[in-house]
Design a protein around this ligand. Sequence first.
Ligand SMILES: [Zn+2]
Length: 374
Amino acid sequence: MRDRAGHRGIPRRLGADRLPRPREELLDLAPLDRVLAQLDALGLNYQKNDSGYAARCPHHLSDVDRLNFEVVELDNDRYSANGRMMPTGSVLLYCQAYGDLTGPDACSQSNVISALGLWPSDLYPGVGDRRRDDLRDGRRSSLDSAFPSRTPPTDEEIEAWEEKCASYAAAVIAEHGLPMEDLAVRLGVPAGALARFGVGWRCPDYRRVGEATVVGRCWTLPERDALGRITAINRRYEDGEKRVMRGGRRGLYIPDGWRDLPGPIYCPEGFSDAAALVGAGRCAIGRPNVGGGVELLAGLLRGDPRPIVILGENDDRWAGPEGRPAWRRPGYDGAVAACTRLRKALLRMDITAALPPEGFKDIRAYINGKGGLS
Ligand SMILES: [Zn+2]
């Protein structure tokens, strides 16, 4: 701690005598091993302690024996201070000496990560299209995390997603609208509301199940960025399973004409809640999952004067071991975290988080149970 109290000056960067390994060589490793490999490459010593590893900081020049850089691997899914979902196996980094300083020379997250020759996404399990989940047996999170630091899609990629969606929408028409009618019945949502989200139909559809490729059919749900461009397609199967197509960037479920709908703007989790709200005459933008989509919402809703309500889901209160009360409430916590982050991003305090009334898992169940939204 002498660093922190002692010389609070500008930290000096490491000399360039030793270089990190190219990050491409590390993509198959777990996040913790990526970090340790780079500390090795940079000649920075580290040792195991109670919470993880203590190392020399890669960004500021410290004495050889001063291990004030913390490396912690998460053994549980949790939220970071800014509300981002961090799945099991993610790595937290913190320089005790200069981690709290601001400015270009501080040991900020971006500076320590780039000093390690890594990208922010490298601290999360998996790495986009090249993730090797088979190397992480039993330790992978089942959450769909939107890795916020992936490079944005190119215009060509967006064009390819738009073309796919157009062909799936055409398949609905070729089937005389029957797939849309079917989904409307299953969800209890008017077909007209589904159509506003650009729902399509894919038959045949191919997906991996274990080692096998399964041929089936599914509805396709476009996900969009803050400009309304399609950057991913989620698939919904007849048994309710959902699967995102490979290579996309998770986005928002945005209905046609949303700017003309009366406020407030509801932001529930998932497509079907957003569609149910639009079916009930409300304005709704669906978030891709419990922790994701806030940056996109901020971009989409900036300057919009309507009130914003982040809608969570009611968690099972008795989901703890042997039917005891649950100690984690991801639906509630996620809504509050998303609300907090959106307030900060938009500098607005009139953004609220809300849950469906007691006894209803989500807002679609409530609307269907009540025959509407009063
Ligand atoms: Zn440092």
